[in-house]
Design a protein around this ligand. Structure first.
Ligand code: 1CP
Length: 334
């Protein structure tokens, strides 16, 4: 059995597998080298030789237990024919939504447009380096994708004032997202992904009253779909105010936690396997602090099924030596 399956399915507390969000990315000089030669991010994701190679880069360097495929949650709106661009220093920029055209989109055309993503998963999952490790496929949660599709850029600065104005548009988009997210998940699994993570990076933007409509119902639907394919599903509803309620309603197989939530509260409230939590900024400090903080999470979840990860993606300015030190700290923990 693979390491993540031992924790998620068998509830094994004797091991703490580790993988890190954004483990394939800008903190690695070998990634930056490829990126420099490939200024178009979408095209890089659609080059299965390069994207599979980038996925394997951190596996070659560090003693990680899983590979997460080098792609992006925004490949989904791209597959739906919305324009998606990544501008240096700005982040993603999306085009206007043509809802009528989107509603007519055929499954075959969608799959064809992003097919290299699935080819890359096949290449990674069948590579010898991944033997006995997990291949993680992923999608953005419907809510987080809705945010990018309607807002047309990161909501980091703010959500458009009239974001909720067009109820009809939102409801049609949610139905389209449900259909194509299922297709996207199924294709990732068919090509070798043996864990699915659902990233809800902007769950924290919602008020409590809106959680059922935008998060609970659509995510529960996807979670049940992944479960029906017999693959474990991890949800990461970042900065959601009530992880307990989320887990009780959505019932993922495991839950990822952010760095603002108290891990002791999570231990008390949550029965399912837990993943992550450590603040990525700790990797910018010194080895002593890093060891102390990582050990804090390991100690708290000593008797609870726990996958080590951060509370959000590893920062681009992280020193790969500190990353290595973190992996070894987790591996040497007894
Ligand atoms: O070189 C570059 O500038 C590209 C930076 C980059 C990378 C390395 C982007 C643009 N995406 C990725 C890869 C990526 N994105 C992965 C690869 C696998 C890995 O983890 O190693 C994954 C899983 C994602 C998922 C993703 N994309 C999320 C969910 C996780 C999170 O960070 O909250 C989100 C929100 C995105 C959108 C996105 N793509 C890229 C950026 C800079 C962003 C965030 C924009 C924002 O702040 O709103």
């Amino acid at each position: 059995m693979t390491p993540l399956h031992k924790v998620i399915i068998k509830k094994d507390t004797s091991i703490n597998p580790i993988w890190i969000m954004r483990q394939a990315g800008r903190y690695l000089p070998e990634f930056r080298e490829i990126r420099k030669l490939n200024p178009n991010f979408i095209n890089l994701c659609l080059n299965e030789n390069l994207s599979s190679e980038i996925t394997l880069q951190p596996i070659r360097r560090f003693d990680l237990d899983a590979a997460i495929i080098f792609s992006d949650i925004l490949m989904l709106p791209y597959g739906l024919n919305q324009k998606v661009e990544f501008e240096k220093g700005f982040g993603p920029k999306l085009g206007k939504v043509n809802i009528d055209e989107m509603s007519k989109l055929d499954e075959v055309d969608f799959v064809q447009k992003i097919y290299p993503v699935y080819k890359a998963i096949k290449k990674v999952s069948t590579n010898d380096l991944i033997k006995d490790k997990n291949t993680i496929g992923f999608v953005g949660a419907p809510w987080t994708l809705l945010v990018y599709i309607i807002n047309q850029q990161s909501p980091k600065k703010n959500l458009k004032k009239d974001f909720y104005k067009d109820d009809f548009l939102i409801n049609r988009l949610l139905l389209i997202l449900e259909k194509f997210l299922k297709i996207h998940i199924k294709n990732q699994i068919d090509n070798g992904a043996n864990v699915i993570q659902i990233f809800d990076s902007w769950a924290g933007l919602l008020e409590e009253k809106d959680l059922p409509n935008y998060i609970y119902s659509p995510t529960l639907n996807l979670v049940n779909f992944v479960k029906s394919l017999n693959i474990p599903v991890i949800c990461f509803p970042r900065e959601i105010k009530n992880y307990k309620e989320f887990c009780e309603i959505v019932k993922p197989d495991a839950v990822g936690i952010d760095y603002n939530i108290d891990p002791k509260k999570i231990l008390k409230d949550i029965k399912i396997p837990v993943q992550g939590g450590l603040d990525p900024k700790i990797l910018l400090s010194d080895k002593e602090t890093l060891k102390k903080e990582a050990t804090k999470y390991l100690n708290i979840f000593r008797n609870h099924p726990y996958i080590f990860n951060l509370g959000h993606g590893v920062l681009p300015e992280t020193d790969p030596n500190m990353f290595d030190y973190l992996v070894n700290t987790v591996k040497d923990y007894q």
